[in-house]
Design a protein around this ligand. Structure first.
Ligand SMILES: [Fe+2]
Ligand SMILES: [Fe+2]
Length: 256
């Protein structure tokens, strides 16, 4: 059964909690997933030393890993650089590509950078959509198609923070491309739901930062797929146990 660990919003920098990243590395070693997806906000302010700490974390992962940037991975205090080369630091320290694919062990994962230097929320350009379409068409037969992007496509609360633009349209389009799972972060709150087209949308909380929101603690997702179902395990940090433990398991029928 293909397995995947989804982390988000590690936020290396002043709000990062090193103890939590150590616990996550221990979990990853024990669970040994087929793939790891990290959906952006590796840093707090895109400072070189924050990227170096994120790089050191990535270097400790033995499993195939797909990373995408988040809005915080663009320099905030260097406006000219932010406008002209917003992801130069991300590319230099973490990953040369901001859009990429990972085909491994029954997964076909496409990561897309949806961040824009001055606009709130996120979207994909026309060129990115064309590229995504091409990638989905060349997915290995039988692989579970996954798309990862930083901003949230679903929001369960009343006041929706700036998220992915036109999410319903994007989700309907992804369903037509055979996508079964969409991964994102950004809000620092975990949430899992299935759209009426059948896509499971899993939003991971902040795995390792003190910037938790709405009374939700630190968490990440473990996702397991078999022929019939997609199961998402929300693993929350329990301070008393000093460990991430499974707080919820949410299971969906595959409709593809
Ligand atoms: Fe974040
Ligand atoms: Fe973010």
């Amino acid at each position: 059964m293909p397995t995947l660990i989804h982390l988000s919003d590690l936020h290396f920098g002043s709000v990062h909690i090193p103890r939590l990243s150590e616990r996550i590395l221990q979990d990853i070693a024990a669970l040994n997933p087929d793939a790891i997806v990290i959906s952006g906000d590796f840093t707090l302010r895109a400072r070189p030393q924050e990227f170096l700490a994120a790089r050191a974390f990535l270097d400790r992962l033995a499993q195939p890993t797909l990373a995408i940037p988040g809005n915080h991975d663009q320099p905030l205090f260097h406006p000219f650089e932010r406008l002209t080369r917003p992801f130069a630091r991300y590319r230099h320290y973490l990953c040369p590509e901001t859009d990429s694919t990972l085909a491994v062990a029954g997964w076909f994962i496409v990561g897309l950078n949806d961040n824009r230097p001055i606009l709130p929320g996120g979207f994909w350009s026309r060129a990115q959509r064309a590229w995504l379409e091409e990638q989905l068409a060349r997915a290995p037969h039988g692989a579970v198609k996954v798309v990862a992007t930083h901003h949230h496509l679903l929001w369960e609360g009343k006041w929706r923070p700036a998220g992915f633009w036109y999410p319903s349209r994007a989700l309907a389009w992804l369903a037509r491309g055979g996508v079964e799972l969409v991964l994102n972060g950004h809000t620092h709150t975990p949430h899992v739901a299935q759209t009426r087209e059948g896509i499971v949308v899993a939003r991971a909380g902040t795995a390792t930062s003190s910037r938790t929101r709405h009374g939700q603690g630190n968490s990440y997702h473990l996702i397991v797929v078999d022929e019939r179902q997609i199961a998402v395990f929300t693993r929350e940090y329990d301070a008393r146990a000093d460990a991430f433990v499974t707080a919820r398991a949410t299971t969906f029928e595959r409709k593809g």
